[in-house]
Design a protein around this ligand. Sequence first.
Ligand code: NAD
Length: 495
Amino acid sequence: METSIGVSVRDGDTLFIDGKWHAADDGRTFAVADPATGTPVGRAADAGPAETDRAIAAAAAAFGPWSRETAYRRADVLWRAHALMTERAEDLAALMTREQGKPLKAARNEVRYAADFLSWFAEEAKRVYGGSVPSGRADQRLSILRQPVGVVAGITPWNYPISMITRKVAPALAAGCTIVLKPAEQTPLCAVAVFELLAEAGLPPGAANLVTTSRPGPVGERLLDAPAVRKLTFTGSTDVGKELAARAAATMKRVSMELGGHAPMIVMDDADPVHAAKGAALVKFLNTGQACISPNRIFVHRPILDAFTDALVSRVGALVAGPGDRPGVTVGPLVDDAALAKVTAQVEDAVAKGARPLAGGERLTGDGLAAGRFFAPTVLADVDESMRIYREETFGPVAAIVPFDTEDEAVRRANDTEYGLASYVYTNDMGRAVRVSEALRFGIVGVNDINPTAAAAPFGGVGMSGLGREGGPQGIDEYLDVKLVGLAVPRSGRD
Ligand code: NAD
């Protein structure tokens, strides 16, 4: 079915298995709704174990031929997919805004970011270098090959519904792996749009397969239990990631886990408080706070606390919540009722324990917003350790300000979390920038920088934020095994 959006919204036949589009075996579909209005966007096939098994079998059959293609041929397919994604950027962004809710400008940025993974890994395909190791034996040569791990299972979240797919599919294909992807049940149609362009880019049947479902459990079990699947790459919550990693251990799959976060932002007294507040507002309300790198605790040095807080409150006051395709809107809806309930509960808990709401603080229902799950962009002052928001990932539009007195205290409290994904520090003192960025126990540190992410840079966390890295030269390593070849070289017959 073609929609006014321009990209097709397939009605029900959204399973891409062995190079063809299929409906679920029993014809079952599930509805996808616009989180801003509740209106239908389309329907997706509701696959179960049987369809998943077929997708795994198709990926296993395609692995041999695809892994034997030259890196140049694999790169060509990814470059063509990049060209198609760039050509369709506007339509893909419009679909993303309807299905996921983020404002159009943010959706356009995400499509560009998603396309970057296709071009970056098209280039990395040609740089899967091996090596040689000097041997201690004169009659031996040691060489190192890097070979694709095999069939990959990818599971992705709804918050970045296109870029989280290309961040996995592009390196897997570049390495010579084949993949079965299960997207989030909230955003299957963005995944369909990505797979349509991969198919048009000339991907051979079975190299990448898409299984949409509203029942992640049974589909996930087949992917995790199949001995043929050699690697799981997952982006989502820490709770689900822990369960999946444990189950993957039974068949000793390799795993990459991009999980939750609880990013600290430290604003030191030598920083410009107005500039820091601008950065805090931009990154905190990005995607309505539904980003794993979203600052969950903003630590502000007491001498500039008032100046920073005033500047942040004034910026937050200028944000406009609403449907992402409405002109001027800068903050979209939360994804579902559970998200709204969690944000509301965290704010209520903080206020009951003494936090002061300086902006927002409640659900928005006026101006036609009642059908969506809108929460007012919120600033909470005087947040402390006793409050849930201090430890739990919020995934919503709430800026929690925590005052501090010394650099050591700021670093100690910033590190006081089980998560370890992104962190930020604002300072104009070079020594502080070095000391603090070295002491923060996180996979990513932004120094006066709110967007330390790029397809060319390794993204990932430590601790309960996960394992492995996506993007950068490291991103393709996750899909490659190292093989040692020892070769005995007899001495020449003439000796
Ligand atoms: P989620 O863990 O509920 O869902 C993520 C994916 O896992 C979805 O595709 C879902 O269908 C699937 N899933 C859920 N239960 C499953 C099961 N039993 N078996 C197989 N698959 C299953 O996460 P969410 O709430 O949708 O996403 C938000 C989370 O993702 C946040 O915690 C966020 O921090 C994290 N995230 C992390 C990164 C990162 O790169 N570190 C990026 C984006 C989001």
